[in-house]
Design a protein around this ligand. Sequence first.
Ligand SMILES: Nc1ncnc2c1ncn2[C@@H]1O[C@H](COP(=O)(O)OP(=O)(O)OP(=O)(O)O)[C@@H](O)[C@H]1O
Ligand SMILES: [Mg+2]
Length: 432
Amino acid sequence: MTTRIVPAVGDVDAARSVTTLLSQLPDAEPAAPVTDSTQLIDTLARLAGESLDDLPEVVLVHERIGPVPALELIREVSLRFPAIGVVLITADVTPGLFSSAMESGARGVVTLPLSYEELANRVQSAAQWSVGVRRHLTTGADVFTGPGGTVVTVSGAKGGVGATVTAVQIALAAQTSGRNVALVDLDLQTGDIGSYLDVQFRRSIVDLSTINDISPRVLSDAVFSHGTGLALLLAPNEGESAEEVSDRSARQIVSALRSRYEVVVIDCGSQLQGASAAAIEMADTALLVTTPDVIAVRGAKRVVRMWERLQIRKAEDTVTLVNRFIRSTEIQPQLIEKITGTTTANTAVPANFKELQAVVDAGRLHELDSKSTVKQALWALAGELGIVKVPEKAEKNGAKSIAKFKNDRGSIGRRRDRGGDSRNRQTTQGAS
Ligand SMILES: Nc1ncnc2c1ncn2[C@@H]1O[C@H](COP(=O)(O)OP(=O)(O)OP(=O)(O)O)[C@@H](O)[C@H]1O
Ligand SMILES: [Mg+2]
């Protein structure tokens, strides 16, 4: 392992001798000395701003640094950059100085005149300490440790059938029940989740598309924390940048989200692209929204066949939701099931423009009244899909059976060769 070292030495001669010795240390990468306390803090702050991983493992502080006195500087560095091992270089060999240095946060003291052995020794132990702290910090907060959440994609049989309203409301249902939920707009060119939820945010899923290793920090930078508690990953404002999200990056983004959130709801819109295809393929549940009219149902059939041809998803692994349902229609859910070969959700969502109009126009779909029949149906659907948390008491009383598909992944969402994911899925659902 290479140890990155930043020496802070004001005196030119002292700097030269430090640099000479450091250059002889094996596996060391010494930076050019910074000559005062301001420069040191600025350098570290700049590196930390890029990435915490860019910070050096070790900082050497010479006793005659200024304008901030050495011990004070050490205190500041160790408070602001706790994963750096700071070593004091001093001519004072008294125990009093040693304990003051330690109290200030130094990890070691090297005495003047410098000896190679002592310097190597102190630098090495400060570096080891720094690496240990970083590992600890990483496993605590910077690594995905979740068991793997449930992914639900929502696609439209054609434009305007209600995919986005559905995605938003089932995400809200899951969130309100106590789940930790991400809502993703993968309708990359025409996504409007931001408009429905009154959000303007310059970051989008495109920001994640070029990153190979999506850390929790990177993910949380791209996500908007909505007042409802939902974590939103929005579509880009410029539709043309949709092209930047490849199927490969979509796969990585969905995996990262799944490790971080219990439920990930993805609005895939009605246009199939590489990214949405990847998400639909990975999903535990792929919902296809249609309305009960000939054109939309034809659209649904076309989509299902296309998914099959492209080996994205089998018809029997797809759940169709009938939205804007009216009892009098001739096109009943059973007929749709027959035509498409999919499973139709038990819940059909009634048509009720009046209920929705005001909140939709105001961009406040999250404030849809609880008495709304559309909301009630969509929240029931969330229960049917097994993404809401059922209170333990209710579960004992048999509420488990609400989740129609919960123990029946064969009919929906059972993906080919998902390997370890099936274990994860059960963990998540087991808690529901
Ligand atoms: N059950 C319903 N009753 C009445 N109106 C509805 C219902 N569901 C959705 N709508 C309305 O239909 C319109 C389209 O809904 P939505 O944006 O969710 O569709 P979409 O499939 O996402 O469309 P797009 O193809 O533009 O993404 C909206 O004005 C919405 O308020
Ligand atoms: Mg939409």
